[in-house]
Design a protein around this ligand. Structure first.
Ligand code: S3P
Length: 198
């Protein structure tokens, strides 16, 4: 049996993850990048932001990709980049809000990663997305109406993720604690019924 140094409490989690990345999914403003970066730090794994990788690969910002080539071209690039990132081994990977909605990407995430949905209420998403104007989907219309519509359409699909945690106005460190707890439970090899009550 592997022995884990007591000063590395998350070695067991990394061991159980094996070569699977942790993939964060959820709507714009749910905190995928901010929580992903913190979670990666706690687990001592690399953090990768899928939109950032798409921008590097394309040599353009997400906004420019939408404006110059349209959403479909962005989605095709997004799918290819995420397929590559899923093969790059253990990491915490923050995906753009539409990535997990693509059936092929969703299928690959299910097969090759463990996924965590950051679920947030509309008010929280509206407030957080108002801080940046770089999101093409929120530029044409009222952001609250658009986000509300995306909640209706996407939440049933994000619900297919392996884990879900709620995120609101608590500090990012508290949300990160919840994410770690969810991972610990999800990766526990014992059947749920055998887990002693806490
Ligand atoms: C999108 C979300 C964005 C970005 C693109 C499309 C979406 O990422 O990928 O603007 O379809 O929800 P964030 O969720 O990181 O804002």
């Amino acid at each position: 049996m592997t022995e884990f140094p007591p000063d590395d409490p998350h070695a067991l989690l990394r061991d159980r993850l094996g070569d699977r990345p942790v993939v964060l999914v959820g709507l714009m403003g749910s905190g995928k990048s901010s929580i992903g970066r913190r979670l990666a730090g706690r687990l001592d794994l690399p953090f990768v932001d899928a939109d950032g990788e798409i921008e590097k690969a394309a040599g353009r910002t997400v906004s420019d990709l939408f404006a110059q080539f349209g959403e479909q071209a962005f989605r095709d690039g997004e799918r290819r980049v995420i397929q590559r990132l899923l093969d790059e081994g253990p990491a915490v990977l923050a995906t753009g809000g539409g990535a997990y909605i693509d059936p092929r990407t969703r299928d690959s995430v299910k097969r090759r990663a463990v996924s965590l949905w950051l679920r947030a209420e509309l008010d929280v998403l509206v407030d957080r997305t108002a801080r940046r104007d770089t999101r093409p989907l929120l530029k044409d219309g009222d952001p609250r109406t658009i986000l509300s519509d995306l909640i209706d359409r996407r939440y049933p699909i994000y619900a297919e993720a392996d884990m879900v945690i709620d995120t609101g106005r608590e500090t990012p460190d508290i949300t990160t604690d919840r994410a770690l707890d969810a991972l610990i439970r999800h990766l526990d090899p014992r059947p749920a019924t055998e887990t002693p009550p806490s």
